[in-house]
Write a protein that binds this ligand. Sequence first.
Ligand code: SF4
Length: 454
Amino acid sequence: MTYFFETYGCQMNSAESAALDLVCRERGWAAAPDGEGADLVLLNTCSVRRTAEARVMGRLAQYAALKKKRQAGPCLVVAGCMAERLGETLKKSCPAVDYVMGTSARSVFPLILEAVEESRAGEGLPLPADEKPAFAFSSSHLEEGRFRSFVPIMHGCNNFCSYCIVPYVRGPEISRDPASILAEIRFLGRRGVREITLLGQNVNSYRWEGPFPGASSGVLGFPGLLRLVAREAEGGPIRWIRFLSANPKDLSPETVAVMAEHPAFCRHLHLPVQHGSNAILAAMNRRYTREQYLGLVRAVRSAMPDISLSTDILVGFPGETAGDLEETLSLMAETKFLYAYMYHFNPREGTAAYGLPGRIGEGLKRERLGRVIALQKEHTRELLASRLGRRAKALVEGISRKNADEIIARTERDEMVVAPGTVSLVGHFAELTLSGLRGNTFRAKEIHVCPGDS
Ligand code: SF4
């Protein structure tokens, strides 16, 4: 039996696809190179933008045509946020879809595989029709052959930023049992993983009530979990820990202190600011101010002077004035992000911002986005250039696609480096000197495996 996945959207979808992939492999299924001859095709979808949904509808039409041509199969499964948002109506708009598997119903996946194995794909699954299954975390999100792995620790979001569909499609926040998180980390270490990223839509609002390692009951918050994870990793194969995405309003001084105290936490933090104007931050319902954000940046940098910061910036929100844009540009100049994901506002049906007055015209949105991108490029170049000549530690991730005699590695500050090297270095931590820059990628002349890691 063979399967083919197409994954759209965020890291949570990538992690969940990796978990489903593992379920297939453990059942003896093999990955197919494409959907053409596969027995099962799964589209793990994203609803954040209308364009992402339109792309999936286009792919579904192509798979519907393939099914007609083949006369049988593949079993077509739609998973992820679109499945959660549209539910069974998806089947009405595309009858070729066999199963719609919402984000809270992934536990039915083995039943779908069983149905395909028994040639009864498309038949109903033995689930009570009125039961909405609860979200269940998979036990592992290992991607075959990778040295970095996501470890989801929470799911959903309670924040309702006015432009965002996520709370509607991913539901309220649910935190994962810390014992299961630690068990996954142990498993990943045994399978050769060297770096993990704790993942959640709003990762630092993690909150577990009940027993956890070291306490028979109580409340475990994000900093407490970070301590447990750091202790679990200590002395083991997993040497680097990251987390994503941290919400500025939930970044506590204790979290910053734990990061600073444990060298396993990489010196990089993605802290989405979205905007630099207090009026727009309030309209976005972000629940922090520009001053609070800048205060956080100062606190993080004072605790970890060598840390790099990255962010998300959304321009062209309804009502944004030229002055508001200047505030964003000045916040960028004050903070100097290593990189940023920059985008302009796209109204999304079902969100609070959809009906807001003061929409900005497409041309002006693009022009403003262009200014933000141009400034970010300057900052990226400036920050990277300031690192030339410095020593850095990096995890070797693979062989360069352009040159088989070169490896590609990532520093703990999330910078990419290319250096001469062979496959024997892949999966090792190495030390190097950042001696040159090509685009945004560093070059190093030599690379040495870190002591104790050969
Ligand atoms: S914090 Fe805001 S932007 Fe992030 S997932 Fe929640 S609602 Fe969306």
